[in-house]
Design a protein around this ligand. Structure first.
Ligand SMILES: Nc1nc2c(ncn2[C@@H]2O[C@H](COP(=O)(O)OP(=O)(O)OP(=O)(O)O)[C@@H](O)[C@H]2O)c(=O)[nH]1
Length: 647
């Protein structure tokens, strides 16, 4: 059935005594389904019910085997994937709040299944980007296919390690589309947090099987019983049904693997139907072009097949196909239910839209899911430090955007900063990570303006409606806000914010939120010490420093998540001059009024000289450079102090 060799689990460097401990730990399965009356009012009014189809508590005495395909002397090889029909496949994501141990669990699973050798890789092997390693966070979902031996059968497991931060929920949502179940991890010390709820509800809404697991039970201050009680209160999960693991030490992980096989349903697919697959991720490989991850729903796909995508008319030839282990390993064919990569000579990830459906050119199929483009919530202008670097910055942006198709871009011109771009991001952390990647991966430094949210302006008069070809204009650049006299209503995006905090910080949090125009929706005690608070608030109040202030006021104990809550009317004024105040500890230590810069003198002058008067152009450029140095100072200033900025 496969070419790999069996090795006893104990030989994977785990130690026989440890192995015995792991295998004798109790095993409990759970499965979630249907809906029920919960005391917790969730923004989406979901009322989950937990019905556990079976609860088994067994002392396991079997020896677990793993297939070590990575040890093949001829390099990595795959078995014939035809031997893995849907009933032998399990596709699952690991979801959790930030830092609850998703990537560490992925490491242990890769080791236990022999996909990687223990100690042969850095920790968090699926966190590959430099920025992920430096910040210790996952920003990009990663997939790995594993072979797992249980009860005499070999299963093909597809694991997706997802990011935990709210900005990257888009990654979680698209990963869910390729899975039938999730492992929901909760830190046994920190307890239920804001993204625990958000990811639980995303999986629940998408009708995925959820396997709840408490992680970090090895920690001295872990309190698994109390956290299990919180999960009961917040998510209606019976404490007896929650697995208990230590991803770091591997305790309970074999039980979790068995639960994945037993509890998560196999994908539904028919290998004899025409091929159709769901695109759920894509990225740009410097040497080989765009790599597209596809969940094959029906049929089969092989090299040299001609394929097309529902969203475009283009036809591509499959150049390579295979599994992520976690690096690419070529296969002959992919079959219904399997998750793998396709390479077909695409030049940009825009050609492989997330959520798109791929089929054989000769037998087109209807879309499997509607394509939901990423929704940018935060916009900022990005400019070169010097206009002479404009071309190289443009090249770097283009390259990075090949890898991150969730960023939107339009050209913009600033009187002070010259020619640049307005970029749209999923959130503030996404913006920071993108700019950091620009520097780390492409050596490009830039000036980024203070981020803002997309406002809407509803026009009063036909003239503007005709001119802009819309009644409601979305404005992402403060410079483009129409005059108030032609607008009947401005509106701004609001969000539903969820905060989980120790109850002693409730008063402080209420005060911070009220200062930011928030409206409290509810507060629910999860136990004697922890409370869940929900607020409606304007996104513009969240994006700049809300999270930092929340963390500092609660000594880092509060967690925060938000979701879109539509647009609400607001008062918007173009206000010049801009008053910038620097405060330290609440005391204003400096103030400067920046006057409006009315036109791009530099661009005009250069243009009017037809580019011939180089000396004069250089003089103007130098002057502009000085202006930009001033702007950079302002920016630096902003990061080291607190600056109140209005536009
Ligand atoms: N003691 C202990 N520490 C753990 C365990 N699992 C993870 N950790 C630690 O918790 C920290 C966060 O782990 P990660 O695996 O990066 O968490 P994550 O959920 O992938 O984080 P994001 O991707 O940023 O959301 C790391 O320092 C891990 O070493 C565990 O079982 N026990």
């Amino acid at each position: 059935m496969h070419c790999g060799r069996f090795r006893r689990f104990g030989e994977l460097g785990v130690g026989i005594k440890q192995l015995a401990n792991r295998l004798s730990s109790r095993r409990i399965h759970g499965r979630l389904s249907s809906a029920h009356n919960s005391s917790l009012a969730h923004p989406k009014s979901l009322r989950p019910r937990v019905i556990f189809n079976s609860i088994r508590s067994v002392c396991c005495s079997r020896v677990v085997f793993a297939v070590d395909y990575s040890r093949d002397p001829d390099g990595p090889k795959l078995p014939d994937l035809q031997d893995f029909p849907p009933e032998l496949i399990r596709n699952f994501c690991i979801v959790a709040h930030v830092d609850h141990g998703k990537s560490t669990l992925a490491d242990r699973i890769l080791e236990i299944t022999g996909t990687i050798k223990p100690g042969s890789h850095d920790n968090q092997v699926l966190d590959r980007l430099e920025v992920e390693r430096e910040r210790g966070i996952t920003v990009k979902a990663q997939t790995a296919s594993l072979f797992y031996e249980l009860d005499g059968k070999t299963y093909l497991l597809n694991l997706i390690d997802t990011p935990g931060h709210v900005d990257f929920n888009y990654e979680v949502a698209r990963s869910l589309a390729a899975c039938q179940g999730v492992v929901l991890l909760v830190d046994a010390n920190q307890g239920v947090q804001a993204q625990t709820l958000a990811t639980f509800y995303s999986a629940f809404e998408a009708d995925k099987t959820i396997i709840p697991a408490l992680n970090k039970i090895d920690l001295k201050h872990a309190n698994p019983d109390a956290v299990a009680a919180q999960m009961k209160k917040a998510l209606d999960i019976e404490p007896s049904e929650v697995l208990r693991i230590s991803a770091k030490l591997g305790t309970g992980v074999p039980d979790l693997l068995r639960a994945i096989v037993h509890r998560i349903p196999p994908p539904v697919g028919n290998v004899n139907k025409p091929f159709r697959g769901l695109v759920f991720d894509s990225w740009f490989d410097k040497r080989r072009g765009v790599v597209t991850l596809v969940a094959v729903v029906d049929g089969q796909l092989k090299k040299e097949d001609k394929i097309s995508f529902v969203s475009s008319d283009k036809v591509y030839e499959v150049k390579d196909i295979g599994l992520m282990r976690p690096d690419k390993v070529s296969a002959e064919k992919l079959y219904a239910g399997q998750v793998g990569y396709i390479m077909c000579g695409m030049k940009t990830t825009k050609e492989a839209q997330i959520g798109d459906t791929v089929s054989h050119k000769s037998s087109p199929v209807p879309p499997i899911l509607p394509i939901r483009p990423a929704k940018q919530m935060v916009f900022a202008g990005v400019y070169p430090e010097d206009q002479s670097q404009n071309e190289s910055l443009r090249g770097s942006l283009d390259k990075l955007m090949l890898n991150d198709s969730s960023v939107s871009v339009t050209m913009e011109q600033s009187a002070a900063l010259g020619q640049g771009w307005r970029l749209g991001f999923l959130g503030l952390l996404h913006m920071e990570v993108f700019l950091q990647r620009l520097e780390y991966e492409h050596g490009a430094t830039c000036i980024a303006t203070i981020p803002s949210v997309p406002y809407r302006a509803k026009f009063k008069f036909e003239k503007q409606i005709k001119e802009f070809r819309t009644e409601v204009l979305t404005v992402v650049n403060p410079q483009s806000i129409p005059e108030a006299s032609v607008v009947s209503e401005f509106s701004e995006p609001w969000v539903m914010g969820t905060i989980l905090t120790p109850s002693e910080y409730m008063g402080e949090i209420l005060a911070i939120c009220m200062e930011r125009r928030a409206q409290q929706k509810n507060a629910t005690f999860l136990d004697n010490t922890r409370v869940l608070m929900q607020f409606h608030m304007p996104l513009s109040e969240v994006i700049v420093d809300f999270f930092d202030i929340l963390k500092s006021k609660t000594s880092g104990y509060a967690s925060f998540d938000y979701e879109d809550a539509g647009y609400r009317p607001c008062t918007l004024v173009k206000q010049f001059p801009v008053a910038i105040q620097a405060t330290v500890g609440g005391k204003i230590i400096a103030r400067e009024d920046l006057k409006q810069l009315r036109k791009d003198v530099v661009a005009q002058k250069i243009y009017s000289h037809g580019g011939r008067d180089k000396g004069r152009a250089q003089k103007l450029l130098n002057r502009q450079k000085e202006g930009k140095a001033r702007m950079r100072m302002v920016e630096t200033f902003r990061y080291h102090t607190t600056v109140l900025l209005k536009f």
